[in-house]
Design a protein around this ligand. Structure first.
Ligand code: NAD
Length: 329
């Protein structure tokens, strides 16, 4: 299939491009490079030895219609979006505008050009502080931040479009915590500034770019008091997109993409130290507003309906994340 990957130069998008190309699909990437570099596309080509057509374009601009005119698009994976929970509280309008308008512009182009396969990057954030493990059938709770609201709203918009147009097939993928990098070490997670996510923070401390890791709270009701998350290897997540696309049928389908295993912050630090033989100094600081104690997935639906299972464990996540960080300039 010819797949338009919006935000395909970003962290999850670039790894998904690798998985799509390896599965035999043709990939067209559109990205405004607000949080990524064009060089990443070159690295994806190098890894796969395949071509990618790249459009430097903003997905809130109706110019995206030209992509649909130029290519016979069979499906869209819509990654393009702003993703920092903290920043979304400071710049709500930027988040609502970018994330909601881009979803509407792409969905409108799909309708115009009769493209009926749509895969959307949602997030476990939409579950709010629900009881773990999170199940797709849960009623969604308020997410306490504008970023999470943009994901919940985009899910609603796409669901309403599918209700009105039964041919439209939508897969809403709720990601848990993607970490690690492609095993080549050529692509990975390279956030600007101080990382918001734990794994890039750990790798930057390991590289001595940052002095020590700040662990936000050790008084949660969890096995060791630190927050528990469901870390998933980025290539397993990428392969989940291929499975979702290949199994897409009419209507709206929601899938958790996680491992189903919760790992605490202290456990992840230990796993990283053991996998790579490097010490990661840390200090315990106050809880961060908006963080919940535990977040992990019930993954049975994705396993049963998509035949998708994760293949990589926490040691591989830590090893691959470190390999990328060491190489990254
Ligand atoms: N990384 C996570 O932990 C996580 C978890 C759940 C959901 N998600 C969602 O998955 C998607 C991809 O996340 P990521 O971690 O790869 O982030 P990323 O920032 O690395 O990738 C997003 C890409 O979209 C591009 N982009 C942003 N707005 C755009 C616009 N208007 N037009 C064109 N391109 C635009 C950026 O330049 C970037 O390349 C996002 O929608 C994010 O909200 C991420």
């Amino acid at each position: 299939m010819n797949i338009l990957v919006t935000g395909g130069a970003g962290y999850i998008g670039s790894h998904t491009c690798v998985a799509l190309l390896e599965a035999g699909h043709t990939v067209i990437v559109a990205d405004n490079l607000s949080n990524s570099k064009a060089a990443t596309i070159e690295k994806v080509k190098q890894i796969t030895n395949k071509e990618i057509t790249f459009y430097h374009m903003d997905m809130t601009d109706e110019l995206v219609n030209t992509i649909f005119s130029n290519h016979n698009i069979d499906g869209v994976i819509h990654f393009a979006g702003l993703k920092s929970v903290g920043e979304s509280a400071e710049k709500p309008l930027d988040y609502y505008y970018n994330n909601i308008v881009s979803t509407m512009v792409i969905a409108k182009a799909c309708q115009k050009f009769n493209v009926n396969r749509f895969v959307f990057s949602s997030s476990a954030t939409v579950y709010g502080d629900n009881k773990v493990p999170f199940v797709e059938t849960y009623d969604l709770l308020p997410t306490t931040n504008p970023y999470g609201e943009t994901k919940a709203m985009s899910e609603r918009i796409l669901t309403d479009i599918a209700m009105a147009n039964p041919a439209f097939s939508v897969s809403l993928l709720r990601y848990f915590n993607p970490v690690g990098a492609h095993e080549s070490g050529l692509i990975g997670e390279a956030p600007n500034g101080i990382p918001n996510n734990l794994m890039p923070y750990i790798t930057q401390v390991a590289k001595r770019k940052l002095e020590k890791l700040r662990v936000f709270g050790n008084d949660y009701i969890t096995m060791d008091g630190t927050g528990v998350r469901d870390y998933i290897h980025i290539m397993d997540l990428a392969e989940g997109h291929v499975a979702a696309l290949n199994n897409l049928t009419e209507g709206v389908h929601i899938y958790n993409l996680g491992t189903g295993q919760g790992t605490s912050v202290l456990e992840l630090i230990k796993a990283f130290e053991e996998a790579n033989g490097i010490e990661v100094p840390y200090e315990i600081v106050d809880r961060r507003p908006g963080d919940i104690a535990s977040c992990f997935a019930d993954t049975s639906k994705a396993r049963q309906e998509l035949g998708w299972i994760v293949k990589r464990d926490i040691t591989e996540m830590c090893r691959d994340a470190w390999r990328f960080e060491k190489n990254y300039k």
